[in-house]
Design a protein around this ligand. Structure first.
Ligand code: SF4
Length: 143
């Protein structure tokens, strides 16, 4: 997963990464794998050179993970691989195929994303900003 490797390596080497890597790669991966938001928050706080708690805490607990139940953001920021492909140049060099949704070469973000939608479809159905995703999911074949 080159996008993830790039983002983590950059943080380890520089204590910094840009907004899309923070929100749509690292936090997205953390959300989609059901990581405890408090642990992600702690990791950001330790790893980032610009992590002042007054701004880092609400960004991670509110915007990045939706762990405040929607006080700060109106929807969880999650995505499959296509958004990462649009916002980075990693996918063309990754061993996974961002366009594949199934199979051993399919981008793991695609699997993780639809798994997450399935897990949370009841609450997603009640949120107008993400309810479309549950409708798309319901139309998918069993395969
Ligand atoms: S194909 Fe998937 S895992 Fe690979 S860089 Fe793109 S989004 Fe990341």
């Amino acid at each position: 997963m080159l996008c993830l490797k790039d983002a983590v390596t950059h943080v380890l080497n520089h204590g910094y990464s840009h907004h899309i890597q923070r929100l749509m790669v690292l936090s997205n991966f953390s959300n989609l794998t059901n990581t405890d938001p408090r642990q992600l928050n702690h990791w950001f706080w330790l790893a980032y050179i610009d992590a002042y708690e007054w701004v880092e805490l609400p960004n991670v607990i509110g915007m990045s993970t939706f762990a405040d139940g929607g006080i700060l953001a109106s929807k969880p920021y999650i995505s499959g691989g296509s958004y990462i492909n649009k916002m980075s140049n990693c996918c063309s060099q990754c061993k996974y195929d961002v366009k594949q949704k199934t199979g051993s070469c399919a981008c793991p973000f695609n699997y993780l994303y639809w798994n997450f939608v399935d897990q949370h479809r009841d609450s997603f159905a009640e949120n107008g900003r993400v309810s479309l995703m549950t409708n798309v999911y319901e139309k998918k074949s069993e395969d």
